[in-house]
Design a protein around this ligand. Structure first.
Ligand code: NDP
Ligand code: OXD
Length: 307
């Protein structure tokens, strides 16, 4: 029985030690090693190898990240379980990044960075956090954790999900009708949705037009959620005041893409959060044990729903 590891060598070293200690009956192999594909029972990877069909005994496909859209799970037989990464470290890093993004927009950082480049000393009006309304698309593991971290600043917060959710101290909306209501009362919009057929392209011109003038965007979902041309248009027209983007389509953007140096944009290379090897190995080993014991898996993806 084989566990196939397809990620960085730095992570592989940590996983290999933990597997040897905790699941010695499972053979741990890296993608470059010699192994029989028919023996692979478990696979961890970011994107699925093209030839997934070789792994005829595959039972669980683990994502090395929180998202699974990049795995192209349609190609998998229906009995294969898909499990995303659930561990505290990635959630904490996401809380940091989104807090950074919200505060950057709240305190007009893109504008002040532009002014600094022009050696221009000019103060603008300040709005208290209690008057800056934050809206969060996606109330899952990341969205709800980010909300908890933002609450102490005093922003009024609302959230949007697919099914009704009730989170302490926030206004929550769901479904198509709920989205318009959330947007109408959002000054800083955070996207923490998974990429599914329902959410692809959701951050488009129509959505931006429903936000109040001067709103900002923190986008940490997936590049394909965003119509980049529509964002640039909304920023250029002044309807949106700024955007913090951690994901783009493609990644990286071409060198001459306008988003690289748009004065209203802060752009980072998909680093909002990163899976650390030790907690990731623990999460995977725990899940294999749960699977063997017939217990529900942590982070099991509903393949029909797409997340
Ligand atoms: P979860 O699966 O825990 O939560 C997803 C949330 O989105 C749920 O609240 C769900 O609603 C909601 N949702 C899904 N589809 C829709 C829809 N059609 N309409 C409205 N709401 C919808 O995911 P996570 O919080 O763990 O992660 C979210 C995403 O963040 C990942 O899929 C990935 O794309 C991104 N990510 C980005 C990282 C980065 O470094 N930039 C790092 C990690 C994640 P419901 O509650 O009703 O199910
Ligand atoms: C993830 C990511 O999904 O890093 O974990 O984007």
């Amino acid at each position: 029985m084989t566990f196939l590891f397809n990620s960085t060598e730095e992570r592989a070293r940590v996983f290999a030690v933990r597997f040897a200690e905790e699941l010695p009956d499972i053979r741990f192999v890296r993608n470059g090693d010699a192994f029989d594909p028919a023996d692979v029972r478990y696979l961890i990877t970011w994107t699925a190898p093209d030839d997934l069909g070789r792994f005829s005994s595959l039972e669980i496909l683990f994502s090395i990240g929180a998202g699974i859209d990049q795995l192209n799970t349609d190609a998998l037989p229906p009995h294969v379980l898909v499990v995303r990464m659930v561990e505290e470290g990635i959630t904490r890093m996401m809380q940091e990044y989104v807090t950074l993004g919200v505060l950057a927009l709240h305190r007009q950082l893109p504008l002040y960075i532009t002014q600094q480049k022009e050696a221009r000393w000019q103060a603008h009006d300040l709005l208290p956090a209690t008057q800056r309304r934050v809206g969060v698309l996606g109330l899952g593991m990341m969205g709800s954790a980010v909300i908890e971290r933002l609450k102490p600043f005093g922003f009024p917060i609302a959230g949007w999900s697919r099914s009704p959710r009730s989170l302490d101290g926030i206004r929550s909306f769901h479904g198509k009708e709920g989205l318009a209501a959330l947007l109408a009362e959002t000054n800083i919009l955070i996207c923490l949705l998974p990429l599914t057929p329902e959410t692809v392209g959701i951050l488009d011109a129509d959505l931006f037009s429903r936000l109040p003038a001067g709103a900002g965007l923190v986008h940490v979902g997936r590049g394909q959620h965003l119509d980049q041309a529509a964002l640039i248009e909304a920023l250029d027209s002044g309807h949106l005041s700024g955007a913090v983007l951690d994901v783009t389509d493609p990644e990286p953007l071409p060198a001459d893409h306008r988003l690289w140096n748009h004065p209203g944009v802060i752009l980072t290379p998909h680093i909002a959060s990163k899976v650390e090897a030790a907690p990731a190995a623990k999460a995977v080993i725990d899940n294999i044990r749960r699977h063997r014991a017939g217990l529900p898996l942590i982070g099991l993806v509903d393949r029909g729903r797409g997340y």
